[in-house]
Design a protein around this ligand. Structure first.
Ligand code: ARG
Length: 374
């Protein structure tokens, strides 16, 4: 009888909760890429077929990578802007909730009004999105209040979508780890991003590419012959000491995922942030660590719980079922979570945030001129 009531309730909730239900409370699944780990062998830097001068499968940049099967990256999002001269892929992101995309802050410098922007999900080839593709406009951009362009610290942003996306075999949520996951112990990690390539008839394509990478100890990454201290404490390094495989321009905000060591799901551990050059030796890619911002993300989405639950190492989507006691976004600890819906975390009006970002942009320009980060 109780089961029947549940069914009736679910049926009633259908039109409202239907979108939510389509993600089924799961995350990190890749229904279209079940045998994923066997598809991408570990990169051997001595194998010239993967080297920067001879990237496999014809990537535009030379940071290696291979073409992706449709649906193999069900959480990756293309963030696009439309101007008079067309619609352009600006950055990538990851779907972490049917209504929220996680990405990096630097994608939105000087972006101003985002009404002409959209997110595209479920597509592998952006020049030929298939029937599985869904497009949404952006309702709200939330940039981390302590993002510092000069150092790349807190390079994280959330996009709230106007309408929730519907999950399918081609569209799935990423799992943001909480502090219980030992990220450095994960062994099978992958990056992805869109590249301009040519098909057999030499027509240009914007095709998704992927590569296997290794997490590199941040201390090594910050050593004098590597990044010499430039990597912020809450970033991750991934790639190979000898280079050859890397993310590059246009990949920003895109996912660094690692397979769980025990089960068949993937953790969204990082987002492509920066690097010096691309694919160089001792110059691996730098990623914003999502784990570090777990509570920030929940807070912005208005999902910080009021109840403290026992720690769990099972992944849960970043959804209202999430339970994790974490500090608040402002430095003074507060008893109750403050959802973004009712109060801006920074207390700074949006226009002022944009002005601050413009200032940061100027700083970044100066840094570019001095030939530092890309
Ligand atoms: N900042 C770049 C972007 O905006 C990402 C660069 C990644 N670079 C690297 N060498 N891994 O797309």
């Amino acid at each position: 009888m109780a089961g029947l009531w549940l069914l009736v309730l679910l049926a009633l909730a259908g039109p409202i909760g239907g979108t939510w239900d389509s993600c089924r409370g799961t995350c990190g699944l890749r229904p279209m890429a079940s045998d994923h780990s066997s598809l991408l062998p570990d990169y051997d830097p001595t194998d010239v077929a993967y080297g920067p001068s001879e990237p496999s499968n014809g990537t535009a940049h030379g940071e290696g990578g291979t073409g992706v099967h449709p649906g193999a990256w069900p959480g990756i999002v293309s963030i696009q802007a439309t101007w008079a001269n067309g619609t352009w892929h600006m950055c990538s992101g990851s779907l972490i909730n049917p209504k929220w995309v996680l990405t990096v802050a630097h994608c939105f410098f000087g972006a101003g009004n985002l009404t002409g922007w959209q997110v595209v999900i479920g597509a592998t080839d952006l020049t030929q999105p298939g029937p599985e593709t869904q497009i949404r406009h952006i309702q709200r951009l939330l940039v981390h209040q302590h993002y510092v362009v000069a150092t790349g610290e807190n390079n994280i942003a959330l996009l709230e979508l106007e309408e929730p996306l519907e999950c399918s075999d081609y569209i799935q949520l990423g799992c943001v780890p909480d502090t219980n996951l030992r990220v450095s112990e994960l062994r099978s990690c992958y990056i992805a991003g869109w590249r301009t390539t040519m098909d057999s008839t030499l027509r240009p394509r914007l095709a998704l590419q992927e590569a296997k990478v290794r997490l590199i100890d941040v201390q090594l990454c910050n050593s004098s012959r590597w990044y010499a201290g430039a990597v912020p404490p809450h970033d991750l390094c991934a790639g190979y000491p000898r280079g050859g495989i890397d993310t590059c321009q246009g990949d920003s905000g895109g996912p660094l995922v690692c397979k769980d060591n025990r089960a068949d799901y993937f953790w969204l551990v990082g987002m492509t942030s920066w690097g010096r050059g691309c694919a160089g030796s001792k110059r691996p890619g730098i990623f914003t660590s999502t784990q570090h911002f777990h509570s920030w993300i929940l807070l912005q989405m208005g999902l910080l719980p009021t109840v403290t639950a026992a720690p769990t190492s099972e992944p849960t989507p970043t959804s209202p079922t999430e339970q994790s006691p974490e500090p608040q976004c402002n430095s003074t600890p507060v008893e109750m979570p403050i959802p973004m819906e009712s109060r801006n975390c920074t207390g700074i009006p949006f226009q002022q945030q944009i002005l601050g970002q413009l200032f940061n942009l100027l700083l970044e320009l100066l840094r570019f001129l001095k030939g530092q980060k890309t």
